[in-house]
Design a protein around this ligand. Sequence first.
Ligand code: GZL
Length: 345
Amino acid sequence: MKNRWWKRLLSVAVICVCTSGLLAGCGPFGDVTAQPDDLETSSDEEEDLIVVGFSQIGSESVWRTANSASIQKAFSRENGFFLEFNNARQKQENQIKAIRGFISQRVDYIVFSPVTEDGWETVLQEAKDAGIPVILVDRKVVVEDESLYTTWIGSDAEGEGEKAGIWLEGYLEEAEREDESINIVVLQGTPEASVQLGRTIGFESVAANHPNWRILEQKSADFTNAKGEEVMDEFIKKYQDIDVVVSQNDDMTFGALKALEANGITTGVDGDVIVVSFDAVHEALELVQHGIINVDVECNPEQGDYIVDIIRKLENGEPVRKENIVEEQVFTPENVEQYLDTRTY
Ligand code: GZL
C-alpha cells in the first residue's frame, strides 16, 4: 500500500480551503464536501487512506440521491478511503473544474458520472498525464482514446430501453391490442446523456418491429419532476389520443402523472394511458403496486461497492474489465409486492 502521508496532508490543506469556502457559501466549483472530522491530525492508519475525488452530476432525481448515498457509504474512512465529493449541479463545466481540482490535489483515483457523453478528452488527458486512474460510473463518455479511463461501471441503458419495448409488446398482445394503432409519447432524459440515448435507441429498436406503434414525439424533460409535468402537459394539449407514455426516469413520471391527473386522464392497469417508467425507486414501485404505473424498468444506483471492489483490485495490481454492468430487473404489478420491503432505495 503506497504511503500517502504527503497526499493526506495536502488533501487536508485543500479541504481547509474548500471548507472555508463552504463556510462562506458553496465551494470554488460546485458543492464540495469531505468526510467529517477531516481536520483531525493524521495518524498512521489515516496516512494509508486511499484518496478518491468523486464528481457527481447533481441531485436532480431520487435515483441520483440514492446513487450519491451509495458512493458516500462505500467510500468511508472505515473502508480505508478519504472521499472528496463534488456535486456539479448538472453542469459539465463544474465537473471539469472539480476533476482539475482533484488532479491538483493528486488524489489516488478520480471517479465520476459524466453528465453528457462529449467534451471530456482534454481533462481526461490531463488526468492521464498526472498518472491518476479515472473510473467512470453510471453514464459514459465518447472518447477516441479509451485508455483515458480505466473502467466503467453502470447499467445497460440500451438494454433497459429494449426491456421496456418488449414489456409493451407482451402487454398489448395480452390485451389483444397488438394490431391496434398505438400512439406513444416519450419523456426523454438529459440531451446527449449516454443513458438517455441508450434508452431511446433500445425502445426504438423494438418499436421498429411494430408499424402500428406511432411515436408521436420524444422530448427532453431533463430527468426532473418539474420538467416532466411541463412537457407532459404540452403533450396533452398537442395530442388528442395518447395511449402510452414512456418516461425515462421516475421523477419525470411523477411530474407526468400530475399533469395527466390535472387533465382528468387516468393511468395504469385500468386507466386511459399506459405508463412505462425507468429507475424503479421505492416511491414509484408503490405506484406500480397500486397499478398507477404499468411497468418500471430498474436502473440500479447502488454502484458504490462495485467501485470499491474495482479499486481494491487495481490496488492489488489485478486486471479489471473495461465495462461492468450492474444487475437489474423489471417490475410490474404482478411481481413488485415481494420486493417492496427489502429494497434500500
Ligand atoms: C441512469 C442515471 C439517470 C437516472 C435518472 O443511469 O444516469 O440519471 O435514470 C438520473 O434518474 O437523473
